[in-house]
Write a protein that binds this ligand. Sequence first.
Ligand SMILES: C[S@@+](CC[C@H](N)C(=O)[O-])C[C@H]1O[C@@H](n2cnc3c(N)ncnc32)[C@H](O)[C@@H]1O
Length: 346
Amino acid sequence: MIIRSHAAGPDGRAVPALPLAAVADRSGPVVPVVHLPVMAAEVLAALAPRDGGVYVDATFGAGGYTRAILAAADCRVWAVDRDPRAVALAGILASAVPGRLQVVEGCFGDLEALLAERGVAGVDGIAFDLGVSSAHLDDAGRGFSFRADGPLDMRMGGDGETAADLVNRLPESALAKIIFEYGEERRARRVAAALVAARAEAPIDRTGRLATIVRSVVPSAHDGIDPATRTFQALRMAVNDEPGELSRGLAAAERLLAPGGRLAVVAFHSLEDRVVKEFLRQRAEAPPAPSRHLPMAPVVPRAMTFRLLERRPLVPGRAEIEANPRSRSARLRIAERTAAPVQSKS
Ligand SMILES: C[S@@+](CC[C@H](N)C(=O)[O-])C[C@H]1O[C@@H](n2cnc3c(N)ncnc32)[C@H](O)[C@@H]1O
């Protein structure tokens, strides 16, 4: 199975497609899947790769962004992913473009340390394409999907607690908090109570059973979205500490980007997009002028470490949504690093 390849760059610089079957032995069964990179043209335009530049694809996945960057300029890319299967794919691509692609297995929350260990202190562009890939969603064995039954796992990497561990271990109040905060599920308390009642009968260790329990207490919505969607999203975010990873990853990007370096972040739900928006607001916008009617508070001058390239998030065009419905909730925020030093606290 071939993952869709980007066309060659403007000068015909070809970057090969990736044969998925080649990673079967390293990391378990291979699922025939095609991951269409989301908003790749917009991400590429934001990064504006140049010859001699160094770029980070912090979420390699199936390599759509990496191949686009490599095809656009005679540059180098550091590809990071926490999933060993994605890393194995990246290794195959690296051997096809000698000296231009370095592969790192790890979490982008540790990006600064991961690159420092390899002698890299500054880069010209960093892209984040948050969340899971089609390879995760379409493989029932990874436990992300409520559409097909599988073990209740949800780990993007191979370590840490699974979703089953959390669902069967956490107190009801903690489950309700996760489902409410990360899933924005209004009926979080009812879902948590149903999970606790069900696990008293038998441990919840399959996605199918989890989905059935959630559907028994959350009614179907008019928009056709499966009632289990929000609870699955919440557990996935908790299992992989996605909010913590995002905050640490953005802070690392601020420290790693050289002046003029570009940041591109694609988020898929409002919670993540809010974190990105707030991060950039704090670093790219002057604080509001003090009110004339309130006692004077000391205004601490803050050096702006980013310049917004677009005030509002970019969204996929209709043609992309039609071709790839999973792109419909994507929001891309882009910014350019200024020369201001990073402040220790902000
Ligand atoms: C949406 S996919 C990226 C798809 C990619 N842009 C492409 O075109 O194929 C997200 C990828 O990021 C990885 N990932 C998610 N969170 C991560 C983290 N905190 N650190 C490293 N990799 C992460 C996932 O394993 C997944 O492979």
